[in-house]
Design a protein around this ligand. Structure first.
Ligand SMILES: *[C@@H]1O[C@H](CO)[C@@H](O)[C@H](O)[C@H]1NC(C)=O
Ligand SMILES: *[C@@H]1O[C@H](CO)[C@@H](O)[C@H](O)[C@H]1NC(C)=O
Ligand SMILES: *[C@@H]1O[C@H](CO)[C@@H](O)[C@H](O)[C@H]1NC(C)=O
Ligand SMILES: *[C@@H]1O[C@H](CO)[C@@H](O)[C@H](O)[C@H]1NC(C)=O
Ligand SMILES: *[C@@H]1O[C@H](CO)[C@@H](O)[C@H](O)[C@H]1NC(C)=O
Ligand SMILES: *[C@@H]1O[C@H](CO)[C@@H](O)[C@H](O)[C@H]1NC(C)=O
Length: 621
């Protein structure tokens, strides 16, 4: 039954010459074809299953052979008709994200695995396909007797900021409880009297007003004198359905100049929102223009980076630089594994776009030979579900080859949450085998339901390991009070990881917060719900606006499994984007990813309003 709609379309396709120039016959067929396509889409979205999802993709592809616009017309009308999102958002997303997904579907071998892969990675509608990651070859085998450089006893502060997402259109007094993915802006259809007026310092439904970031930067010198800073991506706001390349470039230039006025020693990385349209970063095998993006980033970052790094950024955004002798930062563009980067699905066999991993390996080999310690920085963490599994598995092999003796630490962002993940040497996942920590820093933006914040690490300049991680926040629930009293945000230490988790897993003052220690912390989470709930509070940056994660659900187990994943294949909270519920009926938490995910919702017409708080299991405001 399920197949019938696509069968009709397939026979229509067979009857139509794919390469023929448009004729009146084609145009007459538009109505019939579109109706059938909409029917297929509707089936796919009402019972989102592997079969219906692949069928919808195949149908879309076949219709696209006749006329690509028809697919977008179909997606748009389904999105609007089912009232999935408001019309502007539907149309904007379908017209900006849709063409890339259609192009990818046309390039992909949908029935020989790519279809299932797309439906798994984007929608969680298919089971995880077995991945064939093969074994990477390295220039030299891992030394049999590795030694990790000793600590020097000299510690410096390093600032980590992520997911800046400043909104230059943020409008004080505008509707903060709007019906779009991003509020606190004036839209043509905004109500005259807002449901809730946006405070001047920000709102849990919105990106950061420019002055919030500025105020944060003013606070940093009061608590630290960072030796250098890292910025793990995502500068523009989340109005993904309405952004143009020109807007993104202007927003970024303005934001980088604000950041540079406070921070001179900065190492940035490319986020998915640096692209326009958002998420869509082409590769040489996918078609699409990317030169502008890296030229623009190289231009913006030239104020911080040495000339050879700036040149490297021009290729595809990755670079390396050495802030201190014996120490190197490698900034990767991990958007080439981002599941919402639809370009990738048109060339899944190109398992290492731009040869980035190959370049990464050559840099790490040079560092090993030179006895350097390395930090990896990037946006999307390869440990998370939204990193395509094959790339993530290949990345993990690199980590196992070059950790713990070369790669000392790695730092990411993207999720907006305060998270971490552990990578292990082959064998059992235990403290002894733990080789590397991924520090996933919380966002500057409060979007959504988070307090704005940043991170300060205490780092030893001999082994370049982290000895403490201090997370700072401002309590945005007081934003209206700040406005009423003329106060400014109450930036303060949320917690020190050494202090908070050291209460459960004691650690000597001369020992770093090592991956083995973090593994023991996950053991404490497993055996002591008080410890886990502490983590859960910090993960949501103490805003206490996340759904509960209580031991009577599978939520804590999934979270702990994810902390020990290191690669997306090993995670337990598989991609689902709220389309599937857990076995116990509770919904997955998709939080700030909602805006990225809304692209696929619009294209596929998936019936869920991600920012509907009740549907997301979030408390009402
Ligand atoms: C494709 O369809 C659109 C309407 O959706 C129409 O404007 C356009 O002319 C068609 N293109 C071709 C090549 O038939
Ligand atoms: C995964 O990566 C390997 C390289 O080791 C490649 O041979 C394989 O085709 C890739 N698989 C997919 C599904 O891309
Ligand atoms: C490994 O290296 C350490 C320090 O360089 C040395 O003391 C030890 O003897 C070496 N062990 C082996 C088995 O080579
Ligand atoms: C982790 O726990 C094990 C078992 O209790 C212990 O032997 C080991 O020293 C601990 N490691 C760290 C770094 O806390
Ligand atoms: C859990 O940790 C807390 C400290 O935060 C401690 O007071 C409590 O005794 C621990 N519970 C168990 C069962 O170990
Ligand atoms: C789990 O327990 C909490 C209280 O700790 C309760 O609010 C919630 O409804 C329970 N959930 C389920 C699925 O039983």
């Amino acid at each position: 039954m399920r197949i019938s709609a696509s069968t009709v379309i397939l026979s229509l396709m067979a009857a139509a010459s794919v390469t023929a120039a448009p004729t009146p016959v084609h145009i007459e067929k538009r109505g019939i074809v579109l109706d059938k396509l909409k029917e297929t889409f509707a089936k796919a979205l009402t019972s989102l299953q592997c079969g219906t999802c692949v069928t919808a993709l195949v149908a879309a592809k076949n219709v696209a052979y006749l006329n690509r616009n028809w697919v977008l017309d179909g997606a748009e009308s389904i999105c609007t008709k089912f009232k999935i999102m408001d019309k502007d958002v539907c149309n904007g997303l379908v017209r900006s994200q849709g063409p890339v997904l259609v192009e990818a579907a046309m390039r992909a071998s949908l029935l020989s695995g790519d279809g299932k892969m797309i439906c798994f990675q984007i929608l969680g509608a298919c089971p995880a396909p077995a991945i064939s990651s093969g074994t990477l070859s390295f220039p030299k085998p891992k030394p049999a007797n590795i030694t990790v450089k000793a600590a020097s006893g000299n510690r410096v502060d390093v600032l980590h900021i992520s997911d800046w997402h400043a909104d230059d259109q943020y409008t004080v007094g505008s509707d903060a409880a709007c019906n779009k993915p991003l509020c606190c802006r004036k839209y043509a259809d905004s109500p005259l009297v807002p449901g809730r007026a946006a405070a001047s310092w920000g709102d849990y439904n919105c990106d950061a007003p420019v002055k919030l970031g500025q105020d944060m930067l003013k606070f940093v010198p009061k608590v630290a004198n960072p030796s250098f800073s890292i910025l793990t991506g995502d500068i523009p706001p989340h109005n993904v359905w309405a952004e143009t390349r020109e807007m993104v470039i202007a927003e970024e230039k303005a934001a980088y100049s604000v950041i540079a006025s406070g921070l001179t020693n900065m190492y940035p990385a490319v986020g998915n929102h640096e692209a326009a349209p958002a998420n869509l970063l082409p590769t040489p095998k996918t078609g699409g223009d990317y030169k502008w993006l890296y030229e623009h980033l190289a231009d913006s970052w030239a104020q911080w980076l040495p000339a050879d790094a700036v040149n490297s950024v021009k290729d595809y955004g990755a670079y390396t630089a050495s802030p201190a002798p014996g120490f190197r930062i490698i900034s990767l563009n991990t958007n080439f594994c981002y599941t919402m980067n639809f370009h990738l699905y048109g060339a899944l066999q190109d398992y290492d776009p731009f040869g980035e991993l190959k370049w990464f390996i050559s840099q790490l080999q040079a560092s090993e030979d030179a006895g350097e310690r390395v930090w990896v920085i990037g946006h999307v963490s390869p440990s998370q579900t939204d990193c395509i599994q094959n790339w993530s598995a290949l990345y993990y092999q690199v980590v196992q080859r070059y950790s713990p003796h070369v790669i000392a630490e790695q730092f990411f962002g993207h999720s907006h949450y305060d998270e971490f993940a552990i990578s292990y040497a082959p064998g059992a996942k235990n403290a002894q085998n733990a080789i590397l920590t991924s520090w996933i820093a919380p966002s500057v933006t409060p979007y959504t339901d988070l307090n704005p914040g940043f991170r300060l690490y205490k780092v030893d300049t001999g082994n370049w390991n982290v000895y403490d991680s201090d997370t700072y926040i401002a309590d945005l629930s007081k934003a209206a009070t700040w406005d009423a009293t003329g106060a400014t945000p109450d930036w303060h230490l949320e917690y020190s990881a050494r202090e908070a988790y050291g209460a459960h897993v004691p650690i000597a003052p001369d020992q770093p917060l090592s991956p083995g220690w973090w593994h023991n912390v996950t053991n404490a989470f497993e055996s002591n719900n008080t410890a886990f709930q502490k983590y859960w509070t910090y993960r949501g940056k103490s805003a206490n606006r996340m759904a509960e994660c209580t031991p009577n659900t599978t939520c804590p187990k999934e979270m702990i499994c994810d902390m020990r994943a290191g690669k997306s294949t090993d995670t337990c909270s598989q991609p689902s984007f709220g389309l599937q519920k857990r076995e116990d009926g509770t919904e997955y938490d998709e939080g700030p990813l909602a805006a990225d995910v809304s692209g696929i919702r619009a294209v596929f017409g998936v019936a869920k309003k991600p920012w509907n708080r009740k549907l997301c299991g979030l408390p009402s405001i």
